[in-house]
Design a protein around this ligand. Structure first.
Ligand SMILES: [Zn+2]
Length: 205
């Protein structure tokens, strides 16, 4: 799961904080900072502003920049308003979630087996909260989308001779989403990994 930095609260021309009332107004600003990808499953698509701490649990954070990410319908509905706070979970805007999970062929995701106990618990809590390992259903294509993009990335990897091809492959990755899948398939290609980090806005290097 990509670890992101949304940076500080966007300001208006006079240097004041932009109001996100209603909170949906924040979407284009979030997209600009961290890209149009689900903050949890990393898919592109129909995304909504997602509250890290649910609105019902922390009304004061409903329009607060630092509580807002992007979520797809599946991650959003799984997460619902189950968590009361940030505590106890890893979060992509707070933690190195990019080191917390392992992406595998077939669209599978698992916890990184090398995590220390305290990190493992928080990573597992996030994994369960959004149903990251869900096998999929007629209405949940997260896993099948990772599988499709994994196969695409492997196909692309075969023929990356020159800089032009590498640029095109990077653009394709950004257009398709699922950053972690690209990073995993290109595990042994540090040049491409650097390109992916740069091409997905707000990615922590
Ligand atoms: Zn999602």
């Amino acid at each position: 799961m990509r670890s992101v930095d949304r940076e500080s609260w966007p300001l208006d021309g006079a240097g004041g904080k932009i109001s996100f009332s209603p909170y949906r107004k924040a979407k284009p600003y979030i997209v600009e900072r961290i890209g149009n990808y689900c903050s949890y499953c990393e898919r592109k698509g129909d995304l909504h502003v997602e509250h890290v701490v649910p609105k019902s649990k922390a009304p004061s954070l409903e329009e607060h920049w630092e509580n807002l990410l992007l979520g797809c319908v599946n991650c959003n509905s799984r997460k619902d308003n189950k968590n009361d706070a940030r505590a106890g979970y890893m979060w992509p805007d707070d933690d190195r979630t990019d080191r917390a999970f392992e992406y595998r062929s077939g669209g599978r995701v698992a916890l990184n087996p090398n995590l220390r106990e305290r990190e493992r618990k928080r990573a597992q809590a996030l994994f369960d909260l959004v149903g990251l390992g869900a096998t999929g259903s007629a209405t949940d294509s997260r896993r099948s989308e990772r599988r499709r993009i994994w196969e695409l990335a492997e196909e692309v990897k075969v023929d990356l001779k020159d800089d032009k091809m590498r640029n095109l492959a990077t653009k394709l990755a950004a257009a398709e989403g699922c950053w972690s899948v690209w990073m995993t398939v290109f595990d042994d290609d540090s040049d491409m990994r650097k390109r992916f980090i740069a091409a997905f806005p707000g990615t922590r290097p």
